[in-house]
Each structure stands twice: as C-alpha cells, then as structure tokens.
Design a protein around this ligand. Structure first.
Ligand code: FPP
Length: 250
C-alpha cells in the first residue's frame, strides 16, 4: 500500500457525498488494449479498488459500494469466474489487516450463499475482523442483482405480513427499504460508472432513485485517485432537488 507520504493530499471539496456507489467497468477492454488476458484486467482492477478505497477514506466518505460481481456475471466463461473468485478470496485474505489499519469496516450485499464456500469463508472472516471499525464502510456487491434484491425484499415483506409482524397498510418506501440487503446503509448520493457505458446494469435499482450519476470514459483499471476526486468535485457542483425546486429559484 502507498504510504500517506506517497499519496496526493485530497482537494478541499465543499460537498462530500455520504455514500458513493461504483460500477467498475472496463477491465476486459483494458486488458484487450494491452494484449493481455481479461483476468489481467481484473487483477489491475483490484488495485484500483484499493486506490479508490483509500481516496474515500482520505475524503471522509462514510460508505463505498462496489459492484464486484453481478447475478449476470455467472454467464461468463468458467475460467473467468474462477479467476474472479480467486482474486476476491486473495483480496480478502491479503487486505484485511490493511482494512484494520485504515479503520475500514467491510460489508457485503447480494445472494452470498451462492458464492463458492471458500469465498464465503474469507468474506465472513473479513467482515468479522473489521466489524468494530468506524471509518469507511466498504460494501462489496457480490452475486448481486437489483431485481433479485427487490424480489427478495418482497418475499421478506410477505413473510412479515403472514407472521403478523407487518400491516400491509404501513408499507411505504421507508418500510420497504428495511427489507432490502442495504437496510443498514443510507442510499447512495453518487453513482460512478467507468468505461463510458450509459447503463445501470441492474445495480441498486431501488436505492439510486435520487443519486447523481457521473460517467467517465476511463476504464476501471486506469481510473486514478485524481479521477475519483474529479468525480466528487462534479458531484459537488450538482444541485440536488429530490423532485422539489431549487431554493434559489423558488
Ligand atoms: C467489469 O469489467 C468488472 C467486473 C465484472 C468485475 C469487477 C472486479 C474487479 C474490479 C476486481 C476484483 C474486485 C475486488 C473487490 C477484489 P468487464 O470485465 O465487464 O470489462 P469489459 O466490459 O471491458 O469486458
């Protein structure tokens, strides 16, 4: 890990989002552009995970959610899936002590019980080891799909109604949000997507209702600390109205 002295100081930004979510896209294209196998792109992408996590900590951002493996990613070649799972397991095993040093609390969302057992074990150990940290909460979306999450939420609501724990008349967005994987976290204020694609790709469909979106052409492995700061500066320039009107123009 780069020492504090090697890292550029974070810029002073007037408005820092509490929660940033990222669709990390472009690992494959980055590798292809270098004549390397796709898995080399994922390895390089794991370095960017570290860079962006550090930058979040330096800015005082509270939550960072990373789309690391979607429900649809199982359609990839078996060799690529194995490489991604191995990378995840190694990342968890090798970075947990670093997370401790940096006061990072690790969390995960998605249908985690379908991940390979070794990944589940490593994930569980990292989550347990970092559970009392109160700096940045790093949330990995793994085997995650927004539609699947909403369906799981509906199942949970039905169960609660059948058990007499919830009155249907009480169901509103806030109550429903308590049945989602993300119930412990605030909604993202900012969604960043790399590699220029204008898509949401089944990521946090419910939670990004009012998030600002910043899309950059940079591929994830080449996305730098400065690119991340630029995205936060872009966010700080936006006027968020949440369906209302600007205070200045009302
Ligand atoms: C999208 O690039 C990226 C992924 C599907 C996986 C993201 C995984 C990492 C960044 C590395 C491991 C993560 C952790 C947390 C250790 P793509 O392969 O779809 O790129 P392409 O669109 O150019 O093909």
């Amino acid at each position: 890990m780069a020492s504090d002295a090697d890292r550029s100081p974070p810029p002073k930004i007037a408005k820092i989002p509490q929660h940033v979510a990222v669709i990390m896209d472009g690992n494959g294209r980055w590798a292809q552009s270098k004549g390397k196998p796709r898995t080399a792109g994922h390895r390089e992408g794991a370095q960017t995970v570290r860079t962006v996590t550090e930058a979040c900590g330096d800015l005082g951002i509270d939550y960072l959610t990373l789309y690391a493996f979607s429900s649809e990613n199982w359609k990839r070649p078996k060799s690529e899936i194995t490489a991604l799972m191995t990378l995840l397991e190694r990342f968890l095993k090798s970075r947990t002590s670093e997370m401790q040093t940096n006061n990072i609390r690790l969390q995960a969302i998605g249908r985690l019980s379908d991940l390979p057992k070794r990944c589940q074990k490593a994930l569980h150990e990292s989550i347990q080891a970092t559970k009392d940290n109160d700096g940045l909460t790093l949330i990995l979306a793994l085997n995650y799909g927004g539609r699947e999450e909403i369906l799981d939420g509906i199942r949970s609501v039905i169960r609660h109604v059948q058990e007499g724990l919830l009155d249907v008349a009480m169901l509103d967005p806030e109550v429903f949000g308590k049945h989602l994987y993300t119930r412990y976290y605030p909604d993202p204020d900012l969604l960043i997507r790399t590699s220029g694609e204008m898509r949401i790709s089944n990521f946090l469909l419910w939670q990004i209702s009012y998030a600002e979106i910043v899309i950059t052409d940079k591929l994830w492995p080449e996305f730098t600390r400065e690119d991340f700061f630029a995205a936060i500066e872009e966010y700080a320039r936006r006027q968020r109205r949440f369906g209302g009107v600007n205070e200045e123009t009302s």
